[in-house]
Design a protein around this ligand. Structure first.
Ligand SMILES: C[S@@+](CC[C@H](N)C(=O)[O-])C[C@H]1O[C@@H](n2cnc3c(N)ncnc32)[C@H](O)[C@@H]1O
Length: 267
């Protein structure tokens, strides 16, 4: 995107985590500052591009699992810029009556989402900040029947939220609030970055410190804690490529992943 195209209130000179991710996925909705920061990350972690694609492939398999298990309400929190294989496309390919609510705090993400997606049935775009779960849940009450199972997708968002958060609720508190609000049979779907290369990580953290959201990397045990109260669906918290692989060719299968993913069901 040309930085002249930046909407009011959006500074195209500050690298933005949604648009950096769009660049990893070969999207076109990013500015020069986003591309420069993303290139720095790709130099430090060349596997980032494959990991982003693996993450999307995991999303696709997880959403298929949810809908085939009977879930008809999906909240995609920190949904990011529209890309290929969006949540509603996967869900509606199986059950068109599935209600998909995309939530992001980023105005550019929401504007693109509205432009591209809002014509469809059973698709809603909500601009809200996960760090304010009370307001988020109040907004969701207009779109979600909380007496019925709902799946919350939190893919590649929680590593942008620290445990103790001066800007609002911490990552564990957010997940806890969503758990308390949801009915039995609801799901939590997570993917989360890890400290895959401790020698290189500090430089990558520096890049994200200058972006719109700093990184809070967590260990396998710390990510598992998000599923407290949920039953982890087989095969548990694993590298995205190892979560119920299907017959699609693996992406970057030889490389170590830079994150874990998993699906939990509230009993
Ligand atoms: C790396 S992208 C992930 C996009 C998508 N979930 C995926 O995994 O393919 C992270 C997204 O989370 C959003 N995000 C970060 N912090 C957020 C917050 N506090 N509330 C809502 N969205 C947030 C960003 O704007 C961005 O779109």
């Amino acid at each position: 995107m040309d930085s002249q195209a930046a909407p009011d209130g959006v500074d195209p000179n500050v690298p933005n985590v949604a648009r950096m991710y769009d660049y990893y996925l070969d999207g076109k909705d990013n500015f020069a500052a986003d591309r420069a920061a993303a290139e720095q990350i790709l130099k430090l972690f060349p596997e980032t591009r494959d990991s982003a694609r693996e993450n999307r492939a995991f999303l696709s398999r997880a959403v298929r699992h949810l809908v085939e298990s009977g879930v008809r309400q999906i909240v995609d929190l920190g949904s990011g810029l529209p890309t290929q294989g969006n949540t509603h496309e996967i869900a509606h390919g199986i059950a068109p009556d599935t209600r998909v609510i995309y939530v992001d705090y980023d105005p550019v993400v929401c504007a693109h989402g509205r432009a591209l997606l809002a014509d469809g049935d059973n698709i809603t775009i909500v601009q809200a900040d996960a760090r304010d779960p009370k307001t988020l849940l109040a907004e969701l009450h207009d779109h979600v029947d909380f007496d019925r199972p709902v799946a919350f997708l939190l893919l590649a968002i929680l590593h942008f939220i620290p445990d103790e958060n001066p800007d609002g609720a911490g990552a564990y508190e957010i997940v806890q609030r969503l758990y308390e609000a949801s009915a039995p049979g609801s799901y939590l779907v997570l993917s989360h970055a890890i400290d895959a290369k401790p020698d290189t990580t500090p430089e990558a953290l520096e890049v994200y410190n200058r972006a719109t959201a700093a990184l809070s990397l967590r260990t396998h045990a710390e990510i598992t804690r998000f599923f407290d109260g949920y039953e982890l669906v087989e095969p548990g918290l694993v590298f995205p490529k190892d979560w119920r692989p299907d017959d699609q060719p693996l992406i970057g299968a030889e490389k170590t992943s830079i994150g874990y993913s998993g699906v939990g069901r509230k009993p």
